[in-house]
Design a protein around this ligand. Structure first.
Ligand SMILES: [Zn+2]
Length: 318
């Protein structure tokens, strides 16, 4: 029988049949404490794809971190073939500061592929690319909405990459759509390295959302099954027939400043002309109603109660 590949991270090798917790050294805190990124590698004996499952690229997006933690606890990354590289928290700095970014305010997800001697965000990206990304075949990047925006569980794929579309369909989240590649993002770097990638966006930063977590676990297991790395999924977390694929999306913004009162639940179906929320002053004098421009679905709602003119209130699609 043909042997699986060796995986080498941080100078340490994980041979077929082994599982190891490794660390990528990044930098030191001003106190001298060493910061490293923990990386779990589960390498099966039989050859197969190497799947990267990563969370916490934005340090405050904890639902993905919890998805990886639960799957580690349930030993769901031990596959029959190929390998899983699981990174629970990519942006350690952001995680301990409850922040999306690293301490200098830069976004790691806008800093790929990174520079060895660059800023902190750029260094993290650089080490990540050189230590991990060139070894993988497929990546699943776990995120949540930022700034009190709550994303209904959704998968974003890269239209230009057929394999990414197939992965998105296999994941089978409630909502699926293609999203443009953003310069400096992990997905853009992966695309340039010819590594099919999907991004799972679910829930809101700094808050656990059990539905988002369950959907995420189910979707990752669906992918491992689709790639032939696990034979069956047990237990099944979510039963669903098919994802809803969106072909058009729109952000609805606050027409004025005031109190924002949503009138629909996230994930709900909406009709053209339906009043889906309102923005009112605090004296009940002036109220602006927000109406849906088409029949479709709400895929993100803003949980902020007091909003400024132009704030994104709903992300809708059809
Ligand atoms: Zn994010």
């Amino acid at each position: 029988m043909e042997e699986n590949r060796n995986i080498v991270i941080g100078g340490e090798s994980v041979s077929p049949g082994q599982e190891k917790l490794l660390k990528i050294r990044i930098d030191r805190l001003p106190t001298g404490t060493l910061i490293d990124i923990p990386v779990y590698v589960f390498n099966a004996k039989k050859p197969g794809p190497i799947v990267l499952i990563q969370a916490g690229l934005h340090g405050d997006e904890i639902n993905g971190i919890e998805i990886v933690r639960r799957m580690l606890e349930e030993k769901q990354f031990k596959t029959n073939s190929g390998a899983v590289i699981a990174v629970p928290i990519l942006n350690i700095f952001g995680f301990i500061h409850f922040s999306r970014d690293v301490p200098d305010g830069k976004d790691v997800n806008r800093s790929f592929p990174g520079i060895k001697s660059g800023s902190m965000a750029s260094r993290i990206a650089y080490h990540y690319v050189s230590e991990i990304m060139h070894q993988i075949d497929v990546a699943i990047d776990l995120h949540t909405g930022g700034g009190q925006r709550h994303n209904y569980p959704q998968i974003r794929f890269t239209q230009e990459d057929e394999r990414s579309i197939t992965l998105a369909k296999a994941f089978n989240a409630p909502i699926t759509f293609s999203a443009k590649l953003i310069r400096g993002s992990f997905r853009n770097a992966a695309y340039k390295m010819n590594k099919p990638t999907i991004v799972y966006e679910a829930g809101e930063s700094m808050r656990f959302d059990d539905f988002a977590i369950m959907e995420g676990i189910q979707g990752i297991l669906n992918i491992l099954h689709h790639l032939g790395m696990i034979s069956k999924i047990e237990p099944k977390y979510i039963e669903r027939t098919d994802t809803i694929e969106l072909h058009e999306r729109k952000w609805l913004r606050a027409p004025t400043a005031g109190m924002f009162v949503p009138k629909v639940v996230n994930g709900g179906e909406i009709e053209k002309g339906q009043e889906i929320g309102l923005v009112s002053d605090t004296y009940a004098k002036k109220t602006k109603r927000i109406k849906s421009p088409f029949n479709g679905y709400v895929i993100c709602t803003n949980h902020q109660a007091v909003v400024n003119q132009g704030d994104a209130l709903f992300h809708i699609g059809r």
